[in-house]
Design a protein around this ligand. Structure first.
Ligand code: MG
Length: 313
């Protein structure tokens, strides 16, 4: 759902509701009901009228208000410390990852994300070395288990990863598993390869909880699901600035524009983005910038939210 705010002088700001209910967000219907309930006229204070649980409704409004503040009649170019950011190439589970890794490295990708915990466990672990051998030197490999492993399997993989070019292992064990917070903290303490939280960051309070617990690893942050992006990002920048990976919540170009602006303005290390998702929609007018090895700040500035709105209307 696209949120369009217009102020009294006719300036327009854009936001998007891109919920992932499996990821602890509200549904589109819940977000729509809450936003309609505001009655069509909103102020910055309206954010406080939305329940904290409705992270997408709150986030879309916060993004649209921020956009309104930033976008004058002649829109300011995106202010960013960098002109472009690298993207991570997505690799399929199992053996097909090898051919994809070759193709993606030929077109210039140097960070690769491989889905693990999805094929036969013994085969998969054996494939790790084949995959590392295919990658150009200096490449980084991210493994995403999507919570598929138990403690023993996670330990086995982390031992294997220790002397390989693995940037991090994402969500090795399920966020919902009993004791998963202690388990993740323990695994992070016992192994040199960094761990990343993704599903564990679902919900309005999880980020604060993990920051408070002193999580030493990486935070995979989907800006569209932060609820209160400004507050959350300030807390992250303060204590985990170099350990943040910005990632897609499968938004259209409108939500991607907000999320990528945040990534480009980020003061910490420029880690490869988890935005290699397009083409994603049947109607390509809704897609964000094509999945090249880099996204340019200029391409983000050029995203035409109004065109997406018109295509939907
Ligand atoms: Mg993930």
């Amino acid at each position: 759902m696209i949120v369009r705010l217009e102020d009294e002088s006719g300036r327009v700001g854009w936001g998007e509701v891109a919920p992932l209910p499996d990821f602890g967000t509200e549904t589109v219907a819940e977000a729509e009901a809450a936003l309609r309930n505001l009655g069509g006229v909103v102020e910055a204070a309206s954010l406080a009228d939305l329940p904290r649980r409705l992270v997408c409704a709150r986030g879309s409004l916060a993004m649209a208000l921020a956009d309104l503040g930033a976008a004058g009649p002649d829109k300011e170019p995106l202010s960013s410390p960098v002109d472009y950011l690298p993207l991570a190439a997505l690799l399929p589970a199992g053996r097909p990852a090898l051919a994809q890794a070759r193709l993606k490295s030929e077109v210039g990708f140097r960070t690769f994300k491989w889905k693990v915990g999805a094929a036969d466990p013994a085969d998969e672990l054996a494939l790790l070395d084949d995959l590392c051998a295919v990658l150009p030197s200096g490449s980084k490999l991210r493994l995403d288990a999507n919570g598929a492993w138990d403690r023993r399997r996670a330990e086995l993989w982390l031992e294997r990863c220790a002397d390989r070019p693995v940037e991090f292992v994402e969500q090795p064990v399920a966020a919902a598993a009993r004791g998963s917070e202690d388990l993740l903290m323990g695994l992070a303490a016992d192994h040199p390869t960094p761990l990343a939280l993704d599903e564990s960051l679902a919900g309005p309070d999880a980020l604060n909880r993990w920051l408070g617990a002193g999580w030493p690893g990486v935070f995979v942050v989907k800006p569209s699901l932060l609820g209160d992006p400004a507050g959350a990002l300030a807390r992250l920048a303060k204590s985990a600035g170099d350990r943040v990976v910005f990632s897609s919540a499968l938004e259209t170009a409108v939500g991607a524009r907000s999320a990528l602006r945040i990534a480009f303005a980020w003061p910490g290390a420029a880690r490869a983005l988890g935005f290699g998702v397009w083409p994603l929609f049947q109607d390509s007018r809704f897609d964000g910038p094509a999945s090249a090895p880099f996204v340019r700040a200029e391409d983000v500035s050029r995203i035409d939210a109004e065109a997406v709105w018109n295509a939907l209307s």
